[in-house]
Design a protein around this ligand. Structure first.
Ligand code: SAH
Length: 272
């Protein structure tokens, strides 16, 4: 598998084999001595073949864990990344600070629905609106919401940024596309070949969506409400600067991910 470029060949193989056999990863060790032959072997080798062609494991198995919940993923939707759990944590902290539980929360660019569904699970009385420009992504998100009993807790809307919205929110969260045009080719081949470009690619600066999210928050964020945006490598100072330039924002902060890298930029709308 190493030839295929995977940095975690053993884990990948275990994920594919446990998927093929319909057992958990520990189940593999229970059946450690059992030879793999015949059809199951053939089927497993087909999965390995796909992985060698750099298809992400999550697309091959059709699912990915996020916030200890399983999400279905496939063509047309970004695979949720563990680092994005920091965005969920920031929203939960803000929700606690706001001290009410009937909050209006907006997620822009929901993809698989992972962030909004995790929030629905944690905040029982929140009203959540989740948007995406991609119809295909929204289909995955709705399916995932139904599987997690959260379909009646989240309103899914299709459209560009704030266009489908007319109301205000206590918290706005987004993991927007933030790869700058010039760095797109540096992404791993498997990402470029299989994951949707519209989920990843911003414009020449990489921060175009952050700029648009900040601008749009003016009409859609309540006084005292919070805006949180995931950021990419090297974007901390630029996005902090964008937030500091806005006179109606305060409490600008950046949270680090599990690797210690700056990952989520946040700011609060001043209370009038
Ligand atoms: N929230 C998910 C997906 C993030 S990827 C996660 O964290 O895993 C970014 C998402 O933004 C993609 O689903 C993409 O379709 C969506 N998107 C791209 N351009 C958009 C736009 N102009 N308006 C709304 N959503 C957009």
């Amino acid at each position: 598998m190493r030839r295929g470029g995977s940095s975690s060949p053993r884990l990948d193989a275990e994920m594919l084999l446990s998927h093929q056999l319909g057992v958990g990863r520990t189940g593999l060790y229970v059946r450690f001595q059992e030879p793999l032959t015949g059809n199951p072997l053939e089927a497993f080798l087909d999965l390995v073949e796909r992985r060698i062609r750099e298809e992400p494991v999550a697309y091959i198995t059709g699912r990915k864990e996020f916030w200890s919940l399983l999400f279905e993923v496939g063509p047309g939707v970004l695979i949720p990344r563990p680092d994005t759990e920091v965005l969920v944590e920031d929203v939960l902290r803000a929700a606690r600070d706001l001290g009410r539980d009937d909050l209006d929360i907006l997620e822009i660019g929901t993809g698989s629905g992972a962030v909004s569904i995790a929030l629905a699970k944690e905040l029982n009385n929140a009203r959540i609106v989740a948007t995406d420009v991609s119809e295909q992504a929204l289909d995955w998100a709705k399916k995932n919401a139904a599987a997690h009993d959260a379909a009646d807790r989240i309103l899914f809307l299709q459209g560009h940024l704030f266009e489908p919205l007319s109301t205000k929110f206590d918290i706005i969260a987004s993991n927007p596309p933030y790869i700058a045009e010039a760095t797109y080719t540096n992404l791993p081949r498997g990402v470029r070949l299989f994951e949707p470009v519209e989920a990843l690619l911003a414009g020449p600066r990489g921060t175009e969506f952050h700029e648009a999210l900040i601008a749009g928050s003016r009409d859609h964020l309540r006084d005292g409400g919070w805006l949180f945006m995931e950021i990419g490598d090297g974007q901390k100072r630029g996005v902090e600067h964008l937030l500091k330039e806005i006179p109606w924002l305060e409490d600008i902060n950046v949270t680090a991910d599990y690797a210690g890298l700056p990952r989520v930029a946040g700011a609060r709308r001043k209370r009038s």
